[in-house]
Ligand binder design. Structure first.
Ligand code: SF4
Length: 226
């Protein structure tokens, strides 16, 4: 679907159309082993989008992302930020389960990328939270999650991307639990910043003025990106 077509449909209709096409997708080898596709779930008007890695066994059975223990912890983390799962949007970089829960291959991630791009175009989230290394690589290639977790990157279009540990990491390593919780506590403030930046851009466009952002400077915590 073209960006124009996406922009002129309601988010609900556009997502429903996208889910139909994903359900029939034959574009990578994962199509042969999946039970069903797991396109994504949540509010069509969400301002915050979480991106995980790939469906696991339970997700493959139920067709929903982040069910099971990691999903329950993600629900708890979303609650720490003051939200519910129904208010945000959750998806994965690949929409079909890799056999045996192996890592998704680069070719599979590339084949599935247009669907994730379309989800971005439909939702236009103000804050994107990557969960784990596969979704992080898109914006933070070669970075180590242990060094950059929780540090926001502001994109040119005003969106904010925040790399986070995958919730499953805390299930394997209990010492990460408090780290992840603290990172999630910062999300409401980042959303408020993104909303303010968008409002300022709209006002500037309406008045015909240009915005001088001044020299780029790291936000609190962003120095960890370096
Ligand atoms: S993982 Fe993505 S590209 Fe591969 S078959 Fe599933 S929907 Fe299609």
């Amino acid at each position: 679907m073209s960006e124009l077509a996406t922009a002129t449909r309601s988010p609900e209709l556009a997502l429903a159309n996208l889910y139909e096409r994903i359900a029939d997708c034959p574009n990578c080898p994962l199509a042969r082993t999946r039970t069903q596709t797991v396109p994504g779930a949540g509010s069509p008007t969400a301002e915050v989008m979480f991106i995980g890695e790939a469906p696991g066994q339970r997700e493959d059975e139920q067709g929903r992302p982040f069910v099971g223990p990691a999903g329950r912890f993600l629900d708890e983390l979303i609650g720490v930020a003051g939200w519910t799962r129904d208010e945000v949007y959750i998806a994965n970089v690949v929409k079909c389960r890799p056999p045996g829960n192996r890592d998704p291959e680069p070719e599979e991630i590339a084949a599935c990328r247009p669907y994730l791009d379309e989800q971005f175009a439909i939702l236009r989230p103000k804050v994107i939270v990557t969960l784990g290394r596969f979704s992080m690589q898109r914006w933070f290639p070669d970075a180590a999650i242990s060094r950059i977790h929780g540090a926001p990157r502001h994109l040119e279009d005003g969106r904010v991307v925040v790399p986070m540990y995958h919730p499953a990491a805390a299930l394997h390593n209990g010492s990460l639990r408090d780290v992840i919780i603290e990172d999630f506590r910062a999300l409401p403030g980042l959303l408020a910043e993104a909303r303010a930046a968008e409002a300022a851009r709209r006002d500037a466009q309406a008045s015909g003025a240009t915005i001088d952002d001044g020299p780029a400077r790291p936000l609190p915590g962003q120095e960890r990106l370096i």
